[in-house]
Ligand binder design. Structure first.
Ligand code: 6PG
Length: 244
């Protein structure tokens, strides 16, 4: 399958070097945005993969974090102090250690319920990104599930077809919590999307996404910013089925 030239793939020896590369990428994108636009807007994800990157960012050499605004690609409808909260993940690893100002933290208030939290978040996005119909994040950091989901966009979800809203509520019959997620419209209006994948359990889905079949079945394969780029940072284990 011919790979989309807008999709870049970089393979690293292991999770640590992958995380260091992700932290460097984040800092470079943030510095660039601050230089050009005076501020940087980054959307973070939950999951395990970004954890080491966040810790490395917290220890990064002097950087003016006061110019960086933090958003989320998705959130579970739990209190911010819950162990399931994507906000808590980033706050514990990065935001609190760096004493990031509250005005720079734009969390999804999942605790108020998915419908209201999605509406509130869309208002916050419109207020922060007043131009145009969609938020233009300087950097969006995503992971990918073994089923090809990214953010909280799961295969076959109606939210994948959402074209006007930027954030939508998700209700799950299973034990999974209700969630709020950025839509593909919001993800694909970003300037720079970083997708992180580590470990052998991600190898099959990466093969499907990057080299085989129809990536359109996988939400992570639908992340193609209209005027931006997608960069996959993966480790050797996750890349083992790729013919790179
Ligand atoms: C979440 C994330 C989710 C995550 C993938 C991969 O809220 O959990 O947004 O999309 O990125 O599930 O998770 P891992 O990094 O733990 O494999």
């Amino acid at each position: 399958m011919k790979r989309d030239p807008r999709v870049h793939v970089r393979v690293y020896d292991d999770y640590e070097t992958l995380s260091r590369a992700a932290a460097d990428y984040f800092l470079s994108a943030a510095r660039g945005a601050v230089e050009v636009r005076g501020r940087a807007a980054a959307a973070l994800s939950g999951g395990a993969t970004p954890k080491r990157m966040l810790a490395l960012l917290a220890a990064a050499p002097l950087f003016d974090w006061s110019r960086v605004h933090f958003f989320w690609a998705d959130e579970r409808c739990v209190p911010p102090e819950s162990g399931e909260s994507n906000f808590k993940l980033a706050n514990d690893a990065l935001l609190a250690p760096l004493a990031v100002a509250q005005g720079n933290i734009h969390r999804i208030r999942g605790e108020v319920g998915a419908e209201q939290a999605a509406r509130e978040y869309e208002r916050e996005l419109r207020s922060f990104f007043p131009e145009g119909d969609a938020p233009v994040f300087d950097l969006i950091v995503l992971g990918v599930g073994t089923d090809g989901h990214t953010a909280s966009l799961f295969p076959g979800a109606a939210a994948l077809a959402e074209r006007s809203r930027q954030a939508v509520p998700l209700h799950f019959e299973t034990a999974k919590r209700d969630r709020v997620t950025l839509t593909l419209a919001a993800l694909n209006s970003g300037r720079d999307v970083l997708l992180l994948a580590s470990g052998r359990e991600k190898a099959p889905i990466l093969h499907e996404l990057l080299e085989d079949g129809n990536p359109r079945r996988c939400p992570a394969g639908l992340v193609k910013p209209t005027a931006g780029s997608v960069t996959w940072l993966i480790d050797r284990e996750a890349a083992r089925l790729l013919s790179l």
